[in-house]
Design a protein around this ligand. Structure first.
Ligand code: EPS
Length: 353
């Protein structure tokens, strides 16, 4: 069964391939009256776009949003919001050589095993191009959450390859560098690491963290719609995501109960190892999530693989690829966080008023 819809009450359905004529989405369930226009969504999309620095894919997409429905006189009507972006800079010939070969580490192999047929151009539906729509729909959710509930969402690069970037948390610097690093003192190191990585033709992983502030207590639906479970699912659904942590995450393995529990005083919690979620329900503390992204698998360094007939082949990937997909992932993590919270705000309202 296919599944291209995300959310229960705030639903996003995406469509399109990286090298098809267009990509798009339909957002259903958005409350009426929210001021939205294409320029606002395009502003959010620019943060995720390729070609912003030499450290990302150099494909140049305009990412111009056509709002087809659901918005009248600048405000949402309560009906499906349909939006489309044309693909204008696809270079499909880069993919001719791997049309019948599988890039190790890539969805090429499993798409072929599952469907027996695939759009190999730019990864087709498995391309990170699809995340454009997550950011577009997330922008709508984010605006509603902020205007109606004062919820603020911010993500950042926490680590790139071996370089930790969250030792200094200067939130003001995040939007002022191409990496979304909160520590401006490591920018030189990031630049030279990425330059030598690009020269070598290899790729690296990254960790992105995000916080949602002013989240009201009560979001999340035990026992199969827990807020942390839905966040984990949302984040793991992003291309190249390999692990998700909520709050202390895997560090809780080494913590003692006396350390991990977040003591409560009349003035509030004394720590936030829970990441703002207890029993699957938001506690009113900041919601904290962290996502690990694997090193991308489209590499020009030759490697062993097989073709669709099972013959041994050598694979070299040409084209304009991201040596670290994590560099562009901060807005995507933020968008998925916004989409989950938005859905749960509406679900909480539906059950508890
Ligand atoms: C991608 C590979 C590259 C990126 C693309 C994601 O595509 P192409 O080879 O067609 O240039 O440019 O990213 C985008 C186009 C985007 O908007 O994010 C991949 O394999 O996932």
């Amino acid at each position: 069964m296919s599944d291209n819809t995300f959310g229960r009450l705030f639903r996003m359905t995406t469509f399109g391939e990286s090298h098809g004529p267009a990509i798009g989405c339909i957002v259903d369930g958005c409350p009426p009256g929210l001021e939205i226009d294409a320029a606002y969504i395009e502003g959010e999309l620019k943060r995720r776009a390729t070609g912003k620095s030499r450290h990302t894919s150099q494909r140049r997409e305009k990412d111009e949003v056509q709002l087809l429905s659901g918005v009248f006189e600048g405000r949402t009507t309560g009906h499906p919001i349909a939006l489309v972006i044309e693909n204008t800079d696809a270079r499909s010939k880069d993919y001719t050589d791997i049309a019948e070969k599988f890039r190790p580490g890539h969805a090429d192999f499993t798409y072929w095993k599952k469907y027996g047929f695939r759009d190999y151009r730019g990864g087709g539906r498995s391309s990170a191009r699809e995340t454009t729509m997550r950011v577009a729909a997330g922008a709508i959710a984010r605006k509603y959450l902020n205007e109606q509930l004062g919820i603020e969402i911010q993500g950042w690069l926490a680590q790139l390859g071996p370089i930790r970037t969250d030792n200094v948390m200067d939130m003001g610097s995040i939007e002022n560098n191409p990496f979304f690093s909160p520590d401006a003192s490591v920018l030189g190191e990031l630049e030279s690491y990425m330059d030598s990585l690009r020269k070598s033709g290899d790729s690296c992983g990254a960790r992105i963290s995000a916080v949602a502030r002013n989240v009201p207590a009560g979001l999340g639906e035990p026992v199969y719609g827990k807020l942390d479970a839905d966040l984990a699912s949302a984040m793991m659904g992003i291309n190249a995501a390999k692990a998700v942590e909520i709050g202390a995450g895997f560090d809780c393995v080494e913590q003692l109960g006396t350390e991990h529990r977040d003591e409560i005083t009349p003035d509030g919690f004394l720590s936030n190892h829970a990441g703002g979620i207890l029993g699957g329900i938001s506690s009113g503390q900041d919601v904290l999530v962290s996502v690990a992204f694997k090193p991308a698998s489209s590499l020009r360094i030759p490697c062993r693989s097989v073709d669709i007939n099972g013959n041994a082949v050598e694979v070299i990937t040409k084209g304009r690829h991201d040596p670290c997909v994590g560099i562009r992932a901060t807005p995507i993590v933020e968008a998925m966080l916004a989409l989950v919270l938005m859905d749960h705000v509406l679900r909480q309202r539906a059950q508890n008023g």
